[in-house]
Design a protein around this ligand. Sequence first.
Ligand SMILES: Nc1ncnc2c1ncn2[C@@H]1O[C@H](COP(=O)(O)OP(=O)(O)OP(=O)(O)O)[C@@H](O)[C@H]1O
Ligand SMILES: [Mg+2]
Length: 309
Amino acid sequence: MIETRYLTKHYKDVVALDNLNMKIEQGQVYGFIGPNGAGKTTTIKILSTLLKPTAGTATVCGYDVVRQGKHIRRHIGYMPDFFGVYEDMKVTEYLSFFAAAYRITGPEREARVKDILELTDLGDKADTFVESLSRGMQQRLGVARVLLHDPEVLLLDEPASGLDPRARIEIRALLKELGKMGKTILISSHILTELAEMCTHVGIIERGRLIAQGPIKEIMKQATRHNVIHVTLADRAAEAVEFLNSHEAVTQARQEDGGVIAVELNGKDSGPALVAELLVKNGYRIESLKRDEASLELAFMHLTKGIVS
Ligand SMILES: Nc1ncnc2c1ncn2[C@@H]1O[C@H](COP(=O)(O)OP(=O)(O)OP(=O)(O)O)[C@@H](O)[C@H]1O
Ligand SMILES: [Mg+2]
């Protein structure tokens, strides 16, 4: 659906994108993560056909961003990181105005605006003046605006920035909903955890290069340095620690606060299954057992360690 190949952008002597190779398949909700100045906005602007690359290529829905921009614009909804709102316009008028710009006319326009208001949960704000909406609602209105022409691809540049926790949760829920509707969504953010639960895939960009890309689970796995399993036993914990430490597959087992045993394994796979088997076979009774998933933030720090100054 979206593909960049050796995409490069120079602003005079600043290299904003440096041979960026990125691929997003249909239906993916792709978190585009990177620190300030990494090149997220530059990439999104090129994909939206607003900016020309210096070198390399990019396609959206199979169309080339430089040569076939007109086709692309019909299939995408682009929400910039900053967008102005119009004064003296009510929410409904605002959306009707943009629907008209997309040549949606007559009763269809009215129906479309109504549907979108509902979808974005702005129904009760239909007659409110846009400038008096809270930032969170304006942000949702921004999403509403890019949905009017029912695009297949959404390019959203930091849709959750500047929002309070509650508004963030609301916009996340909305984006999750859009993902379920089958839209292909690229969302940028510099906070990985913000996107963790709603993305299917992530790409991490650093200084104009993609340093990691893949299903969110794999990225996390890649970032997990140790394979650690947390186990709680019904009894005989100290004895179990000693037993585990004597096993060749175990690098280290120790008892942590609250009686949880942290078991670090040599191998990378089948961790929980192996630990369960060892314990059960030797008569220990397990109350709970799970892999210690590295928090995404940790994963991010690990992946970008040494790259971000
Ligand atoms: N119009 C411009 N002229 C010159 N340099 C620019 C311009 N726009 C961006 N840059 C530079 O290009 C690099 C990438 O910027 P970009 O805005 O794409 O990053 P970003 O990942 O979106 O950052 P942020 O998280 O701050 O939004 C930065 O070094 C930035 O200073
Ligand atoms: Mg940006």
